[in-house]
Write a protein that binds this ligand. Structure first.
Ligand SMILES: Cc1cc2nc3c(=O)[nH]c(=O)nc-3n(C[C@H](O)[C@H](O)[C@H](O)COP(=O)(O)OP(=O)(O)OC[C@H]3O[C@@H](n4cnc5c(N)ncnc54)[C@H](O)[C@@H]3O)c2cc1C
Length: 376
C-alpha cells in the first residue's frame, strides 16, 4: 500500500476546497486535494454564481462583504470562462411591506459602507423593463456580481497546482483519522491536517456535524440578449429563505454573458434525490412569470438540481473541529458558498498557520455548536 505525506489534505474539490487549496499552497504548505468527482462538480456545478452581500445576520454580512471584496481584487486574474460580470443586484419590492424592507436594507448597507440606491417604481421599470407593472420599487446594489462557478473552481485549483498543490480525482475518501485520510481504493494519505470541505456530504465523514441537505432547482433558458440586466431577487425571498423547515420557491433571475437567463430558485429539506421535482419546478416557473410575464414564452434548455449544505444557524463551519486537533472544517455554506469561498479560504489558511484573520472568526467556528457535538 502506497502512503504519501503532506501538510494538509483537503477532502472536496468544490469551490470551497479549491479556494482553501489555493490559499494554503500560497502560504507554502504541501497540499493535496482529493475528490471522487471532477473539480467543481458538486453543489458548485449546481450553484447560481451570484456574488452577493447579504444581511441575514451581522456575521453573514461580514463574511459575504469580505468575500465579495476578495472576488473584486481577484477579478483581473480571472480567465474569461469564469464570466465574472459586475451586473449588480436589484432586490425587488412588490408591496409596501417589502418597500419598508428596501429602506431597512438601504440603511443597514449604507451604515457599513456598501453603496446602494433606492429605486422607485418608475426607476425600477427603467432599469428592468421586463418586470411586470405595479411593482413598488427596489434596492439596487451595484457592487454585486455574477460568475460561472465550475470555471471559477477550476481556476482556483489550477492556481493552487501552480503553487505546488496536488489533486487526486476519482478517489472516494472513506475515513478521516488523526493521521490523514483513507480512500476507497485502500490508499492512505498522511497529513498533519485534514480539511473536510466535502460540502453537503461533510457529515458522512465527520459524524456529529449538523448539516442538512437543502435541495435547489435551477432552469436556464435559450439566449435572449438584453432581456435582463441585473440579478433580480424578490424581497419575499427573505421570508422563504429564512424558513429552516418548509419547502419554498422565490423569484431569482440572473443574466448570463451568453444572453441566457438563469431562473431560480427553490429550497427543500428532506428531498435527498437529485431528480427534478415537477411540482416544485412548476411553482418556481409560475413565481418567475408573476414577476416577468414574458419568461412564459421563452424556451428552457436545461433544468437541474443541487444540494446546499445547511447548518442550524445558517452560518458556515470554518475552523478546527472541537476535540480533534488535526481536523478542520470548511463546509456548511448553504446558498452562499460561491460568494464566501474566498473569505472562507483566507480565514482557514490564517487558522492553520496561526496568523490573524482579517475579520473576526468566532461566528463561524465549529465550536459554537459544541453542545450539539457533545450530544452525539
Ligand atoms: C440551486 C443552488 C443555487 C445556488 N446559488 C448560489 C449563488 O448564487 N451564490 C452563492 O454564493 N452560492 C450559491 N449556492 C451555494 C453554493 O453552490 C455552495 O454553497 C457551494 O458550491 C459549496 O461549495 P463546496 O465546495 O463546499 O461544496 P461542493 O461544491 O458540493 O464540493 C464538495 C466536493 O466534495 C466532494 N466529496 C464529497 N464527499 C466526498 C468523499 N467522501 N470523497 C471524495 N470527495 C468527496 C464532492 O464530489 C464535491 O466535489 C447555490 C446552491 C444551489 C444548490
Amino acid at each position: 500500500m502506497r502512503k504519501e505525506a503532506y501538510d494538509v489534505v483537503i477532502v472536496g474539490a468544490g469551490i470551497v476546497g479549491a479556494a482553501c487549496a489555493d490559499a494554503l499552497a500560497e502560504r507554502g504548505l504541501r497540499v493535496v486535494v482529493v475528490d471522487y468527482g471532477v473539480v467543481g462538480s458538486g453543489a458548485t456545478a449546481a450553484g447560481m454564481g451570484h456574488i452577493v452581500v447579504m444581511d441575514d445576520s451581522d456575521a453573514q454580512f461580514a463574511l459575504t462583504n469580505y468575500s465579495q471584496r476578495l472576488w473584486r481584487e481577484l477579478r483581473p486574474e480571472l480567465p474569461e470562462d469564469v464570466e465574472y460580470e459586475q451586473s449588480g443586484t436589484i432586490w425587488v419590492a412588490a408591496d409596501a411591506e417589502e418597500m419598508a424592507e428596501v429602506f431597512r436594507k438601504r440603511d443597514y448597507y449604507q451604515r457599513r459602507g456598501v453603496s446602494v440606491e433606492v429605486l422607485d417604481a418608475n426607476q425600477l421599470k427603467e432599469a428592468e423593463p421586463n418586470l411586470r407593472d405595479g411593482m413598488m420599487g427596489g434596492l439596487l446594489v451595484p457592487g454585486d456580481a455574477v460568475l460561472y462557478p465550475p470555471c471559477a473552481a477550476r481556476f482556483l485549483i489550477r492556481r493552487a497546482q501552480q503553487r505546488g498543490a496536488k489533486v487526486k480525482l476519482g478517489a472516494t475518501v472513506t475515513e478521516i483519522s488523526e493521521k490523514g485520510i483513507r480512500a476507497s481504493d485502500g490508499q492512505e494519505i498522511a497529513a498533519d491536517i485534514v480539511v473536510n470541505a466535502a460540502g453537503a456530504n461533510a457529515a458522512e465523514l465527520t459524524p456529529g456535524i449538523e448539516i442538512k441537505k437543502r435541495k435547489g432547482h435551477l432552469v436556464i433558458t435559450d439566449r435572449y440578449p438584453g432581456f435582463l440586466r441585473h440579478q433580480l431577487v424578490e424581497l419575499g425571498y427573505l421570508k422563504s429563505a429564512h424558513s429552516v423547515t418548509s419547502d419554498s420557491v422565490a423569484f431569482n433571475v440572473q443574466p448570463r454573458q451568453t444572453g441566457q437567463i438563469l431562473i431560480g430558485s427553490s429550497r427543500q429539506y428532506g428531498a435527498e434525490h437529485k431528480k427534478v421535482d415537477q411540482g416544485i419546478l412548476a411553482k418556481m416557473i409560475r413565481r418567475a412569470q408573476e414577476y416577468m410575464p414574458a419568461l412564459g414564452s421563452m424556451s428552457a434548455v436545461r433544468v437541474w438540481t443541487g444540494f446546499r449544505a445547511a447548518t442550524p444557524d445558517k452560518l458556515p463551519l470554518i475552523g478546527p473541529f472541537p476535540g480533534k486537533k488535526s481536523l478542520f472544517l470548511a463546509t456548511g455554506h448553504e446558498g452562499l458558498g460561491i460568494t464566501t469561498s474566498l473569505g472562507t479560504a483566507k480565514i482557514l489558511a490564517a487558522q492553520v498557520t496561526g496568523a490573524k484573520p482579517e475579520i473576526p472568526v468566532e461566528p463561524y467556528l465549529p465550536s459554537r455548536l459544541a453542545q450539539e457535538y457533545a450530544r452525539v
